[in-house]
Each structure stands twice: as C-alpha cells, then as structure tokens.
Design a protein. Sequence first.
Length: 202
Amino acid sequence: MLGAHFDTWHASPNASDNTSGVAVMLEAVRILKAVGVEPRRTIRVALWAGEEQGIFGSREYVRKHFGDPNDSEIGVTPAHENFSVYFNQDYGPGQYRGIYLQGNESARRMFTAWSEPFHDLGMTTVSPRGVGSTDHVPFDNVGLPAFQFLQDRVGGTGGHTNLDYFDTLPLDDLRKNAVIIASFVYHAAMSNERIPRKRMAR
C-alpha cells in the first residue's frame, strides 16, 4: 500500500504539502501499470483527507479495516494479518535519500537491498529512527509496517502558507521519487512474505 494526504492547510495552494506526495504516488502506480506488473499481492493507493487537522483520514481507515490489537473491544480484522506494508510521502517534495525504519530493525536487510540500485541517486540511508505527524503513524500504532522516506529539505518557507506554489517544486526530484517508490512497492507486492513486523510494546 502507498499513499499521501491530499488535504491542505487553509489558504495554501498545497503544492509541496502535499500535492507533490500525491503526484509521486500516482506516478508510481502509473509506472507499475505501464510496465505490466502482475503483482502477487494487491497494490492499493490511498489519498488521505484530514491529515492537517489531525491525521483523521488514515486513522479512521486503519481502525475500520485493520482494527487495533491494543483495544480488546475492537480487536483486529483478518486484513491485519494479511497486510504487508504501507509507504507514505509527506515531508515535502525533496528527493528521497533513504527510509526511516520506525524502529523496525527486522526490515533493515530488505530495505538496504531494495535501495542499492538507487545509490547513484543518493538513496543510501536506512535510518533506525521513527518519525511522526503524518499518515504512516496510525498503521505503525497498530503493529503494521509503515514507513516514511527521508528526503531533502526543500521548499523554503512556503509550506502551510499562501506561497506553496507549483512552480517551486523540484520536478526532477519528484520523478526520481516516483521511480524509487514504484520499485519498493513492486518488491513488496511480488514477495510471498510480508514485510517483517516489529514487536508491539505491551
């Protein structure tokens, strides 16, 4: 699964935050379709609402479709067991330089191998850090592998303002990001095994 939020800060044209993320995810899916991928696993793209107001869209999606192992009244759905991974883009339009593991060291070997073909693009870092404040967090909170990419910081002070215009976007970086995410999604979708999960805190 891959996704990005399409809602915006009020009065913002929304180019870097987060139309750029939406464009990358849609282009990644277009690439996969264009090369004729026949995945073993379902590939789903999600474009979220309500992220800027409190990550509402992705949170409700996760609750409805996967449940919550931390809530005995809700429990988990069968989809929770079958789910493999969610990839998110939200931290601006900058070029991917790596991926945050969210503390899931079990995924390091896999992501290191998947990143190797893109070292010439600067995609070299597999960081142990967990990052927050966007739509991968609800998945991570219920024990589902979910990841955000480490990106160049670009866009200046335009985010969350009326200056967040299309002409400020680094289009070549977005194209590179789409190729990288398409490759990551391809590997995940063609694998017989799920992405390894980290242990849930009790």
